[in-house]
Write a protein that binds this ligand. Structure first.
Ligand code: AMP
Length: 176
């Protein structure tokens, strides 16, 4: 991936001040999604990191992790597993609580979504404080998944989310 492609992605991300609450600068990735070339370029970043890892499943985090994660899973022809906010999944779930940059919540995964020993990559749009992805990592490991790496389009480095996710290997493509 050329640095030009990354620059194009970076330029498309829209900062929205005070959303969803005062003091948060929300990184809006919808301009990437709505541009065919940019959307493809963003998926290619994930794919480059996923090839040669013998991945069994991609786990995506509600909701923007679904957009990137499912496209990556499709291209790799591997399964996709959604981790969702509490109350959204229809079948029996495992649960983990977490704190968000702007609130608190619980994440859930279906109890049969991962078979022990499966090689997993976790995908989300953005790493902020790391609470969400740390709870996702907990769920994956609780179910016996072999979590190879957590991948993010964007990382807000000043929030030190990496520390919360340790020792899970992390990659992010656009750092702020
Ligand atoms: P955290 O648990 O703090 O790492 O928050 C990460 C999750 O919240 C991701 O699923 C993001 O989509 C979302 N998120 C947190 N902060 C922001 C932000 N400043 N801009 C966009 N999305 C965010």
């Amino acid at each position: 991936m050329s640095s030009n492609a990354r620059d194009g992605l970076r330029a498309a991300i829209r900062d929205v001040a005070d959303f969803p609450k005062a003091g948060i600068i929300f990184k809006d990735i919808t301009p990437i999604l709505s541009d065919g070339k940019l959307f493809r370029a963003s998926i290619d970043l994930f794919l480059e990191r996923c090839r040669d890892k013998q991945i069994d499943k991609i786990v995506g985090i509600d909701a923007r992790g679904f957009l990137f994660g499912s496209a990556v899973a499709y291209e790799l022809a591997v399964g996709f597993v959604p981790i969702r906010k509490k109350g959204k999944l229809p079948y029996k779930t495992n649960r983990a609580a977490y704190t968000l940059e702007y609130g608190e919540a619980e994440m859930e995964m279906h109890i049969d979504a991962i078979t022990p020993g499966e090689r997993i990559v976790l995908v989300d749009d953005l790493l902020a404080t790391g609470g969400t992805s740390a709870s996702a990592a907990t769920l994956i490991r609780k179910m016996g998944g072999d979590l190879l790496e957590a991948q993010f389009l964007i990382e807000l480095e000043f929030l030190h989310g990496r520390e919360k996710l340790a020792p899970t290997p992390i990659v992010s493509f656009l750092k702020y």
